[in-house]
Design a protein around this ligand. Structure first.
Ligand code: SF4
Ligand code: SF4
Ligand code: FES
Length: 242
């Protein structure tokens, strides 16, 4: 039997001096296979063209549709309405700059993170474009690929107590990126250089290990394993054992 869904959706446009934050209520008839992506587009098309939210891929790949869905960070395009009760509350991801309504600027946050953690392969020689690529062990390539599956959706940051308290905390997404480059034999950074990047409370020692990040990661990355491993390594380096 089809249900009538009631949506309470956060509305605010910080660029409009007359805008005040609040919730707007909409109702919509549920359809089979309906996702929050479909529902939000219907609401925008049929009820309020000013409703702001982000989508690009609709397939859990681009990471742009993260939002707080009934209190939990998640991807709207991968969330079926049938998995939710008929009353649905949608809020923008906290921590990130609000653009309007459900749209936040995760790109700006992720760019700053990448610059800060220098998330690119650091070679120790000039790149020779004519040289053949060096082969990599399939197991190693697989391990790097696994860590590279992060889509930078920001859900782990939104779920993180430390990120809410410490503006400069790199979050599980940042620590996962460091794990990715540490795993890459082409990156010649030393452990001491990684320690410089994450060996403090804004890095791996700020994490409270409560697993909020891993619980909500839509790509099911093993964030806690990576964080625990990095923490052990950084403790050894800090103590001069590595
Ligand atoms: S680690 Fe997971 S939750 Fe965090 S940004 Fe990447 S995909 Fe999203
Ligand atoms: S385990 Fe660490 S990074 Fe993950 S949500 Fe908790 S404090 Fe944040
Ligand atoms: S629209 Fe791309 S992840 Fe949802």
């Amino acid at each position: 039997m089809s249900r009538t869904l009631t949506f309470s959706i956060f509305r605010h446009n910080p660029g409009d001096p007359g805008s005040r934050p609040g919730l707007d209520v909409f109702t919509l008839e549920e359809a089979p296979g309906m996702t929050l992506f479909i529902a939000l587009n219907l609401l925008r098309d049929e009820q309020d063209p000013s409703l702001a939210f982000d989508f690009v891929c609709r397939a859990g790949v681009c990471g742009s549709c993260g939002m707080i869905i009934n209190g939990r960070p998640g991807l709207a395009c991968r969330t079926l309405t049938e998995a939710l009760p008929p009353r649905i509350t949608l809020l923008p991801l906290p921590t990130f700059e609000l653009i309007a309504d459900l749209s936040v600027n995760t790109g700006k946050w992720m760019r700053a993170l990448s610059e800060r953690l220098q998330t690119w392969v650091h070679l120790d020689e000039e790149t020779d474009p004519d040289r053949l690529e060096e082969p990599m062990e399939p197991e190693r390539a697989e391990a790097i690929y696994e860590l590279d599956r992060c889509i930078e959706c920001g859900c782990c940051v939104a779920a993180c107590g430390t990120a809410r308290m410490r503006e400069d905390f790199v979050g599980a997404v940042g620590l996962n990126k460091i794990a990715r480059f540490r795993a890459d034999p082409r990156d010649k950074r030393s452990e001491a250089q990684y320690f410089e990047l994450i060996g403090d409370d804004e890095g791996v020692f700020g994490c409270m290990s409560l697993l909020g990040c891993q619980d909500v990661c839509p790509k099911s990355l093993s964030l806690q394993t990576q964080i625990a491993f990095l923490r052990r390594k950084m403790v050894q380096i800090g103590a001069g054992f590595a």
